[in-house]
Design a protein around this ligand. Structure first.
Ligand code: ZN
Length: 151
């Protein structure tokens, strides 16, 4: 990865962490879940509105490091309008990217999520990057009984 690309990625992450999209509790949400990353202190709540198997709306709130907030912000933008299956498949792709199993490719649909690929070099930050996604998945399955632990 060359320097310019790294700078661009950092800009994307900073932009999302400073101005998170879809931030705030959504009272009309049909599916919610909380995520907690005690290693870093990140806490996130995800609010999804499901119409049949389509995620028609997605919000989040909480607080945490720039990586966790940026990833949550991107997650809400990217799962909106997707089916549950598409959202879960996107999470699988994203998980493979940040754990280093896969490199980002053109046309893989990850778009801005590719900016988070750098966390693969920092195992503790992988949990920051995937926290909101684990919460999204828990919300879909309405597993709201306890905090989600990221792995
Ligand atoms: Zn974090």
């Amino acid at each position: 990865m060359n320097g310019d690309l790294t700078d661009l990625y950092q800009e994307v992450i900073l932009d999302h962490s400073k101005s998170p999209r879809n931030f705030g509790a959504a009272e009309e949400a049909t599916h919610t879940a909380r995520g907690n990353n005690p290693l870093c202190g990140d806490r996130v709540a995800v609010y999804l509105t499901l119409e049949d198997d389509v995620i028609s709306d997605a919000h989040f709130d909480g607080r945490g490091c720039a990586i966790s907030v940026a990833s949550a912000s991107m997650m809400t933008e990217m799962v909106k309008g997707k089916t549950v299956a598409e959202a879960e498949s996107l999470f699988e792709q994203f998980h493979a990217l940040v754990t280093g199993e896969e490199d980002a490719k053109e046309d893989d649909g990850l778009d801005e999520l590719a900016s988070l690929a750098g966390v693969r070099a920092f195992p503790t930050r992988i949990k920051c990057a995937t926290l909101a996604w684990h919460a999204m998945q828990a919300a879909i399955h309405n597993d709201n009984s306890e905090d989600v632990r990221t792995e």
